[in-house]
Ligand binder design. Sequence first.
Ligand code: AHG
Ligand code: MN
Ligand code: MN
Ligand code: MN
Length: 325
Amino acid sequence: MTTLAQFLPQHLQQHAIPAELGSVLATVAAACIDINAKVRLGALSGVLGMAGTGNVQGEDQKKLDVIANDMLIAALQADANVAGLASEEEDTFVAAHPDGGYLVLFDPLDGSSNIDVNISVGTIFSILPKPEGALDTQSFLQKGSAQAGSGYVLYGPQTQLVFTLKHGVFVFTLNEQNEFVLTQENPQVPAATKEFAINMSNRRHWLAPMQQYIDELLAGDTGPRGKNYNMRWVASMVAEIHRILMRGGVFMYPQDTRDLSKPGKLRLMYEANPMSLIMAQAGGAAGNAVQDMLDIQPEGLHQRVAVVMGSAEEVAYVTRLHAQA
Ligand code: AHG
Ligand code: MN
Ligand code: MN
Ligand code: MN
């Protein structure tokens, strides 16, 4: 039984990872244990329902979106290693400690449409090194490949922390003493899969290559892919990505012709990049159907992006179909 508190110092030393980065990860993990306590109690902790406010994404906020956001901000502002933070639920970045070496970007509650119906939700986080100089929005606009680490907490049947500091992926499970205990090291996403995840109700709005791809999968073993594919859609990215990390699959949230000014629904900085780093560290792949996700130069904190990630064969196939179109 190795707790996160026991694991981290060893892991940092083994790979010459700065202690400050470990501290930031520990701060996020501790905040998520507190968020977990609220999620677990649901109606009993008064966290369900709408907040009555909106966010910069144009979404109506759930109470738990706001509560989880406030808890993460408070925890990160108390960590001297955090220079600043950015959140799906905040209009602009929030400055913290001028001498801190790291920036933390997060989706405090992912899958918030699921919270009132007691389906898995999560928290997603990305840690970037703070560049030299005064903190501004530009400080945050670093490629996904520049991340020092990333991860998520899944508030599911079990509460699990999954993270990478770019030396493999580690899975911890919250025990009865509210400690994260190491339960899996270096899960690998198989290159081949027979499972996909997409919101099929949007099919008529997708671009032609995405329609073609899904049609090919649905054609089954007599179709061009020669396999019978299964489908899953939880509507919590954290849950889908965790399933794919555990048993393979491909997750997509493509661009949509209803509003071509938006490249996609999901957010590059809070959702796509941190999950892409986990996928890359686990032998999977991630992109926007055109290029590798981790190579995209961000232009805005709340930038949206098309997402295709998971088993490498499928990500490559989707990307090829888009390149041929
Ligand atoms: P969030 O709750 O943080 O706004 O993110 C929700 C995202 C993501 O978790 C999920 O994959 C997707 O929205 C679900 O979208 P649909 O409701 O369109 O299926
Ligand atoms: Mn949201
Ligand atoms: Mn989300
Ligand atoms: Mn969210």
